[in-house]
Design a binder for this molecule. Structure first.
Ligand code: S3P
Length: 172
């Protein structure tokens, strides 16, 4: 399946708001949304943090690839939010139209910090524990996100995901 699958695939860095925006879009489009991290947690009966601790990142990336192949083969007309590193899968562009939620690293951190559940949001992300390393990862990935995108949405312009979703609906 390719772009004609009717799927919208949300990519972008950790904490940028992919899952929340996916829910907004699904509601507006009367569609359904899937979250690759949630699928993996269900597959493993374990939270992402625990999977990283017990099996390591490489194993997690293998699970992401398995999910990516499954999405390509089986899912249509859905909104799919992805983990920040899901862009490494071989078949990303075959899953659906790729929408990149773009934001600066600083704005992402600020957004997480001001969230009422900030501690939880931070704790569940192993690759966000060391801010310096996370910033390096952000820099490394920025171009990759950009290149993979069919549509780029600069989410910093909008006051929340509802507003961003409204704008995105005009673009799709
Ligand atoms: C990751 C992002 C996380 C999750 C895992 C690894 C990454 O998802 O998949 O912790 O490599 O950027 P979010 O983007 O939802 O935080």
């Amino acid at each position: 399946m390719s772009k004609s699958s009717g799927n919208l695939l949300l990519i972008g860095f950790m904490g940028v708001g992919k899952s929340t925006l996916a829910k907004e879009l699904a509601r507006e489009l009367k569609s359904v949304c899937l979250d690759t991290d949630k699928i993996i947690e269900n597959m493993e009966s374990q939270k992402i943090k625990k999977i990283f601790e017990a099996e390591g990142e490489e194993y997690f990336r293998e699970l992401e690839q398995r999910v990516a192949f499954w999405l390509e083969e089986n899912v249509q007309n859905s909104i799919v939010s992805t983990g920040g590193g899901f862009i490494a899968v071989k078949n990303l562009k075959k899953i659906g139209r790729v929408i990149y939620l773009k934001s600066s690293f600083e704005a992402i951190l600020k957004k997480i910090e001001k969230h009422p559940e900030a501690k939880k949001k931070l704790a569940k992300r192993p690759l966000l524990q060391d801010k310096k390393k996370a910033k390096e990862l952000f820099k490394k990935r920025a171009d990759i996100y950009e290149k993979l995108a069919d549509i780029t949405l600069d989410v910093e312009k909008y006051k929340n995901e509802k507003e961003a979703a409204k704008e995105l609906l005009k673009l799709i």
